[in-house]
Design a protein. Structure first.
Length: 262
């Protein structure tokens, strides 16, 4: 547990990402961590990114490829939790087409300004960026087919609330396809209170068993958590050795909201 309040965590994270968005120059590659970090990496995506300008790809701050994980179909309504400069929203928009719709939610105004500037540059009308917290989504209940997210839920001070909200806004049968930093084992309280490390997408990451527990409590079914570097091994029911140091990794997380028939 961190002894920081949720508001303090939000402010620390917002300060970091506002600074990144403000300082960003389109011919550079932004990073969320000073040392290159465990999360940020080149070549995250299977997709061809040449359709997107540097102002989008250079502000990519994810840790995986939720677009490939989501297997999006034309016409779907997609929600991106923590949309940043918009890269996953624009990739999703290409896949769902003009009969689909994509909403990105982010709490950092400077990121939303970047995302909206990118939207204008690309001329896409079926993408919308909304200001808000992922723990209290500005999105109607039962209105979304697929939720994506890329390296954001680890930054939340209340992951249980994030999954409750995700469940609320998904339509029955809807699915979650998330790339995020998680751990096997837990960070110490001292590590959790390091807000620099938290904003680096490190010490806010939670143990797989806790993440799966919050997802189950929210109502999700068919929960899967896999290390993106060892995708054949299912970790959703794995339990860390008590007292073992936290092993941090980028995970592929999927789940669904049961349909009306079950
Ligand atoms: C590491 S960046 C990832 C951005 C984007 N998903 C990508 O792949 O480039 C995290 C983003 O999540 C946003 N964020 C972090 N915590 C949030 C929260 N609790 N509610 C809404 N947005 C949040 C930040 O403002 C930032 O834009």
């Amino acid at each position: 547990m961190s002894t920081q309040t949720p508001t303090q965590v939000h402010e620390a994270v917002k300060t970091r990402y506002a600074a990144i968005a403000t300082a960003f120059e389109p011919d550079t590659q932004a990073t969320c961590c000073d040392d290159g970090g465990a999360c940020c990496a080149d070549d995250l995506y299977a997709a061809d990114l040449t359709t997107l300008p540097d102002s989008v790809t250079g502000l990519s701050l994810g840790c995986g490829d939720p677009i490939t994980l989501a297997e999006l179909q034309p016409g779907q309504r997609v929600l991106d939790l923590g949309s940043g400069g918009g890269i996953d929203c624009f990739l999703a928009a290409e896949r769902v087409g003009e009969h689909g719709y994509v909403i990105g939610v982010d709490m950092t105004e400077a990121m939303l300004e970047r995302a909206n500037a990118n939207k204008a540059r690309l001329g896409v009308n079926h993408v919308e960026f909304r200001h808000g917290h992922i723990e209290a989504l500005p999105v109607d209940a039962d209105s979304i087919d697929v939720i994506i997210s890329n390296c954001v839920i680890n930054l939340s001070p209340d992951k249980a609330a994030v999954f409750k909200e995700a469940y609320r806004v998904l339509t029955p049968g809807g699915k979650v396809a998330v790339s995020d930093m998680v751990t096997q084992g837990k960070f110490t309280e001292q590590q959790r209170n390091d807000m620099g490390s938290w904003a680096d997408c490190v010490s806010g990451a939670e143990d797989v068993a806790d993440m799966v527990g919050w997802m189950r409590d929210a109502g999700f079914a068919d929960i899967s958590v896999r290390d993106k570097h060892a995708p054949d091994i299912e970790l959703a029911d794995s339990i860390a050795l008590p007292g073992a140091p936290a092993r941090l990794f980028s995970a592929r997380i999927t789940a669904c909201k049961p349909g009306l028939s079950g």
